[in-house]
Design a protein around this ligand. Structure first.
Ligand code: BES
Ligand code: MG
Ligand code: ZN
Length: 502
């Protein structure tokens, strides 16, 4: 996609798609105003009067361009009221929805008005990201049909210079390729992407990036004592894996790495504690945490962020086969903790517990972030808008919260009081894998906390944000977490790990 910076004559140059941010009360963005002003303003007024258009933040509408406007289509993007802070995620979603609404028609040329004073770089970034994310095709198993190809050129109405816009484009492309990979993999069905094939996809994705890769197969997992992970995996013929990626730009230094761990349940039937069949097909996306970690590691390597980062993906399938674990079983975790299995559907925390305990012992991380579609309770608490953020470290938690916001994703800090751990007390083992129903997003986090020792740690429960939403984006997984993790790693890179213990 070529970038052109528009000169004043842009208002008369024909384009395939004109992207036009508009504020509430009919104020077009920036100083330049829209083109031929009267035609468009009249149309906007009419659409607002009839209720067909509201410029609320995040709204978008694709119009057939009215006569007199030199565009085939006009994409309206709601900016909300002029005094409201800019919401990068909403803007990106609006652009994405316009591109998706174009569907398969080619859009060789786009003109985008992004001359909103003071925030042109942020808007430019979210514009590019919205375009790349909007081109994602969720229907890869359809025997016919496709999505629009990447536009050939984009003309920006902006005071940014071309070099700056090109740097933003390069980063946005790298990031969105990573997000789109996470989306594609998290949406793949369980029969086409089980742990062994997830590893193959990972090997393909990382080749040529400089990322180190290590795979632990079943035999090594058994020898090393990944008792919880193996207990989940034993109900399926598809064997588990632990996939480890490493980005180490300074191999001589052996710095303590920042470690990312993602839940990779390639299909979660619940096991013997089987789930109801309604929407069970969504549980193919129960590997979204692992997909986010893979996407983040790819982007981190390709952007060459100057820090050592390790990404760990425990991969299993949770099925109720003849050898499946039973409620009541007692298994031994990697760190020696004995776990009484109360509910085989609380499997995510089991595979994360082993992976995190192993990570702490093997890498002595400066900090660890895990990300998982962990609990239905978190969906009840926060819906589809924010993911739960749990942490034993206020500084780290704030960094991650802010990083997510910059990346256009929303988190919300949740509690971790020790009182919540009481319901995990077992009469026969060290801990139960599931407590009472109430507050069970927190008890799940408390379970995880007992496997990370003193390591500064954050846990993201993205069950609500990753499962498919309603509206135009139904059926397209968002690849939640990739941008948050990348922004977070950028922010932490070069920081003295000691600030974490302060
Ligand atoms: N993968 C699910 C969590 C989930 C639920 C993700 C809904 C997305 C949407 C997880 O493995 C699970 O089944 N959790 C149980 C835990 C319970 C048995 C303690 C849950 O949330 O019901
Ligand atoms: Mg489950
Ligand atoms: Zn699960």
């Amino acid at each position: 996609m070529n970038i052109e910076i528009a000169g004043p004559e842009w208002k008369s140059i024909k384009t395939d798609l004109l992207l036009l941010p508009t504020y509430e009360k009919n104020i077009p963005s920036g100083d330049s105003g829209p083109i031929p002003e009267n035609t468009l303003n009249e149309l906007l007024s009419e659409l607002e009067d009839t209720g067909e258009w509201k410029a609320a933040q995040g709204n978008s509408k694709l119009l057939i361009a009215p006569h007199g406007i030199p565009a085939r289509r006009v994409g309206l993007i709601g900016m909300g009221s002029i005094d409201k802070p800019f919401d990068p995620g909403k803007f990106r979603t609006a652009v994405m929805n316009i591109i998706r609404a174009v569907h398969s028609a080619p859009i060789p040329g786009i003109t985008a008005v992004i001359d909103v004073p003071g925030m042109q770089a942020d808007i430019c970034r979210m514009l590019f990201e919205g375009i790349f994310l909007g081109l994602f095709n969720p229907g890869i198993h359809k025997t016919s049909g496709s999505r629009s190809p990447e536009p050939e050129s984009i003309r920006l109405v902006t005071s940014l210079d071309r070099k700056k816009a090109e740097t933003i484009l390069t980063e946005a492309r790298i990031l969105c390729e990573a997000v789109n990979l996470a989306r594609r993999l998290s949406n793949e069905p369980g029969n086409l992407l089980y742990p062994e094939l997830f590893v193959e996809e990972t090997e393909k994705a990382v080749s040529g990036t400089g990322l180190g890769i290590e795979i632990l197969a079943e035999k090594e997992l058994r020898e090393k004592g990944f008792g919880c992970l193996l207990a989940v995996a034993q109900g399926s013929r598809n064997k588990p894996r632990l996939c480890v990626l490493e980005h180490n730009p300074f191999p001589d230094k052996q710095a303590r790495p920042l470690v990312l761990v993602g839940k990779g349940v390639t299909f979660d039937s619940g096991g013997i504690s089987i789930k109801p069949s309604e929407s069970m097909e969504d549980m193919r996306a129960d590997k979204s945490g692992a997909c986010s970690v893979l996407g983040a590691m790819l982007a981190i390597a390709r952007l060459n962020i100057p820090s050592r980062v390790v990404g760990i993906m425990p991969l299993v399938e949770n099925l109720p086969g003849g050898n499946a674990q039973r409620p009541g079983d007692v298994v031994k975790a990697y760190n020696g903790t004995t776990v009484e299995i109360i509910n085989t559907d609380a499997e995510g925390r089991l595979i994360l517990a082993d992976a995190m305990a192993w990570a702490v012992e093997t890498f002595n991380p400066s900090c660890l972030v895990d990300i998982a579609t962990l609990t239905g309770a978190c969906v009840v608490a926060l819906g589809h808008i924010r993911a739960g953020l749990f942490s034993n470290n206020d500084f780290l938690s704030e960094e991650l919260f802010q990083a997510a916001a910059r990346g256009g994703e929303k988190l919300w800090r949740m509690p971790l009081d020790d009182d919540y751990k009481e319901s995990l007390e077992s009469k026969i083992a060290d801990i139960k894998n599931c407590g009472e129903r109430w507050g069970s997003a927190v008890t799940a986090a408390k379970f995880l906390e007992s496997f990370i020792g003193e390591t500064p740690w954050c846990h993201i429960d993205m069950a609500g944000t990753d499962f498919f939403r309603s509206g135009i984006n139904k059926g397209t997984p968002p690849g939640f977490g990739v941008t948050s993790l990348v922004e977070f790693v950028k922010a932490m890179s070069g920081r003295d790990p000691k600030i974490l213990s302060a």
